[in-house]
Design a protein around this ligand. Sequence first.
Ligand code: NAD
Ligand code: WQD
Length: 340
Amino acid sequence: MAGRRILLTGGAGYIGSHTFLALAEAGHDVVILDNFVNARRSVVDRLAQIVGRPVEAIDADVRDAEALEAAFRKGGFEAVVHFAALKAVSESVEKPLDYFDVNIGGLMTLLRVMEAHDCRRLVFSSSATVYGVPDETPTPETADFRAMNPYGHTKIMGEQILNWLSASDPRWAIGALRYFNPAGAHGSAMIGEDPRDIPNNLFPFIAKVATGELSRIRVFGNDYDTPDGTGVRDYIHVEDLARGHALSLDKLFESGEGHLVNLGTGRGYSVLEVIAAYKRASNRDLPFDIVDRRPGDVPIYVASAGKAAEVLGFRTERTLDEMCASSWAWISGPHSEGTE
Ligand code: NAD
Ligand code: WQD
């Protein structure tokens, strides 16, 4: 497929930066727009080093209509991949207005500007969180929406807005991708997940225990109805996830129609299995304590992965061991705490 001009909002973030590389590898011409609220500016230089040429990055807020307008006037974009959002579940409970403002306000501003510039191809970052506590595992795309917190609600609302928009005008072609649990880092070990504060999520938390920055892992509950009692998730290597975006874009251009798919492996691992795998990869002692369940946690999230295979030809290629090994190479390497 011929290279396209693509705008990546939130392209300096964890999934966005890996997707930048996947799209560049697929021959697309990609511009990042990010306000760096949750990314280091040095990511852009590191991406440039990996691809061996300068990377264009616009420092702007996705809610800033004038900045988007200017980017589109100059950019001539044929499609947008929209990652820019706030994503911390507990913070969303404390600051719901911030989450609706960025995740919904940002989406609305973007859609208006896209429409004004006759750009109607969009890939949207949705999440397994839209299923709440699902009735069925593996969970198919037909499962009901269930909001568990403001963050999850913004993803449901985002999808609904996009559905109504597609229904109003067939020129829109929108890919909604429901990510399960992204993990791991790029094979170069030059980019990866790099939370500034104490991580909320399992993988980055384990990584910091492996480096010695944090002392012990807390396992949130071992009395779930799962094989070893700990929570089960469908971890997907971030490079596989990134490739899913390239396939989604190809499909939008080829078919002119939208799609809605889960991006996961279809296989779940427990917290204890992840700790064991990370221990093998890092060869570090990973002490843990079993503590109370985390409020609002879901026992099991596993994707039904058949629709993404059928619609996009998407199949994951990397294992849990590769997620752990790449995470460890990144976090123990020289680039993970790059200065601004
Ligand atoms: P991230 O925080 O690393 O990336 C988001 C990027 O958006 C950051 O670079 C941040 O600086 C930028 N951003 C935030 N607000 C912005 C604004 N107002 N204007 C411009 N840029 C802004 O998060 P991520 O894990 O890479 O997630 C990317 C997307 O995928 C998000 O939409 C997230 O909700 C979704 N998602 C993430 C996960 C996950 O577990 N990581 C799972 C499902 C869905
Ligand atoms: C995974 C498992 C925890 C940390 C969250 C959001 C979701 C999403 C991704 C965006 C669970 C257990 C965790 C720890 C632990 N993002 N755990 N000790 O909860 O599946 O998803 O991030 O859309 O919306 O809810 O991911 O990595 O936090 O947890 O035992 O220190 O690890 O209980 O079973 P989760 P996670």
